[in-house]
Each structure stands twice: as C-alpha cells, then as structure tokens.
Design a protein around this ligand. Structure first.
Ligand SMILES: [Zn+2]
Length: 288
C-alpha cells in the first residue's frame, strides 16, 4: 500500500486506476476521556484501513492507496477541551470533494472509512457517497456505519460474551480503550483501570443533556476500566476483517450491498443538521 499523496502527478497518471483501491479516513479530533488522545478515531480508522489494505493486496493482487486522514467530522458534544467538529453539510461537502477529485482522476474503487460512530457523521458521509455514485456511477462505498451496527464477518467467542455483559459502551469505554491498547499501549494514559463506569441506555443517548451528565468530569460513556489488549486485538481483528470483506465485495461489485446503507439514514429528523440554522455547531467558551 502506498500513500497517494507521496506520488507525483505523472506517477498517478501511469496507474491502472480501474484496478486500484483508494482509502480515505474521515474522523474527528475529539475528546476521548481522560485516558485517550483526541485523535483516537483517526488512529483507529488508519489502523483498520491499513490492516484491510495489506490483506487485499495479498489476496487480490490489487494495488491499494490511501490519502492522509481528513480530520473532518460531525458531532454535537463540544463542552470539552480539544473537540473540533464541523456541521453535517461541511462534512458532506468535504467527503464529496475528496471522492469527486479521485473519480475525476479515474479511480473507481473508493472506500471511505468514517471511523466515528455518531449518526450525524455517518449520515453526512453517506449523503456524499450517494451523490458521488449518482454522478460518476458506482465508484465509492462507506461501510463503517454498517460495521458499527454489527454487520460483521467474524467475532470471537470472548468478544461476544464480554459484549453481552458490558453493553452500551459508547465513547472511550472498554471498546475504544481496548482497541487503542492493541494499536499502541503508549497512547493510553496510566490509570484507565481506575476510571468509573459511566453508563446510559441507548435511548438516553439521544439526549445531549443525558450524554453530558453521564460524561461528568470524565468524558467517557462506558466502562474503560475493563479494557484489555486481548479484547482490543479481537475488536481490531473483527473490524479489519469487515472492512476487508466490504472492500473486496465492492471491488468485484458483488454482495457489497449489505455494507452500503446505514439504517439510521432513513430517519428524517436526523437530517435536520443539513438545514441552515439547525446545522450550526453550537460552541461556547470551554471551561474546565
Ligand atoms: Zn471514538
């Protein structure tokens, strides 16, 4: 796999673009509790896509490229230091511009890795993918929404049984902390094992007020204290396998549809962020 941005234009010109795949990560710089870096979602997205690219090259003999990650994403919780969020329309425009540029060069196998589970972000990216596929014919897919919803190829017994007893781990909890321990333990701050559970139900997640109350002075929603390297390995492995499966199916244009459509996209009120004033990211002075 190669970083497309390190090539010259003449080298890009020479590529057999119909046989290439190009990956682009779109994820936020955003608070991730007291124990994880702001770039957690970006780091995860890069790890999953690079893992998938290595396998795709070996299995299919295709050449994979990636762009530097785009730290552009939509979300609504801005009450913490470090979060940089964009309106849904901006996220959609950026995703569209990236894909439109690639399509205009002749790349027809684009995989957008939107490694941030917030519905606002998934919907903004899917809207851009739909628009690009209408313009250029089928050339892009963004499978993370579906992968986050559980459309997955393989999960270990250990992971499945742990998930059953530790549900609703939404943000910087055991899921993300474990994933980061596996990617680079040095990025996880000491003391995560002593953090308290901050849990809410999926219904309560709809309310920003409830989210903030759950985060308290910590910033996580879930149970980071139960994170382990082993769970992280299982989680990352499962995610890489799913990204790989989605990209391979898309490359052959066969059976990829299950990764194509994020079910929450159909909930119209979740599109309100595209409408003028409602889409404004509300920011006020951040205080400790
Ligand atoms: Zn995250």
């Amino acid at each position: 796999m190669r970083d497309l941005s390190l090539l010259t234009w003449a080298e890009v010109n020479e590529l057999d673009k119909s046989r290439c795949m190009v990956f682009a990560v779109l994820a936020p710089i955003e608070e991730h509790g007291l124990h994880l870096p702001l770039a957690t979602d970006i780091i995860e997205g890069e790890h999953w896509s690079k893992g998938a690219m290595a396998r795709l090259e070996e299995k299919l003999g295709t050449e994979c490229f990636y762009l530097p990650p785009f730290p552009v994403a939509s979300a609504s919780v801005n009450e913490f230091f470090g979060s940089v969020h964009f309106p849904m329309s901006t996220t959609c425009d950026v995703a569209y511009a990236v894909m439109d540029s690639l399509c205009s060069m002749g790349f027809m196998n684009i995989v957008i890795i939107a490694s941030h589970a917030d519905p606002e972000h998934q919907i903004a990216v899917e809207k851009a993918v739909r628009k690009i596929n209408r313009k250029h014919g089928l050339c892009a897919i963004a499978p993370m929404g579906q992968i986050f919803m559980g459309v997955s190829t393989e999960r270990t017994q250990r992971l499945e049984s742990f998930e059953k007893t530790h549900e609703n781990d939404y943000h910087a909890g055991w899921v993300e902390t474990s994933a980061m321990l596996d990617i680079d333990p040095q990025l996880v701050r000491a003391g995560y094992e002593k953090l308290p559970s901050r849990t809410i139900t999926d219904r309560e997640m709809i309310s920003k007020k409830r989210q903030l109350a759950a985060m308290g002075g910590y910033g996580h929603i879930g149970e980071p204290q139960y994170a382990t390297n082993e769970l992280g390995k299982d989680l990352n492995e499962s995610c890489i396998a799913s990204v790989c499966d989605a990209a391979e199916r898309f490359y052959f244009r066969k059976g990829y549809e299950k990764y194509q459509h994020y079910p929450l996209y159909d909930i119209l009120p979740l599109h309100i962020g595209f409408i003028g004033i409602f889409g404004k990211v509300r920011r006020k002075k951040v205080t400790a």
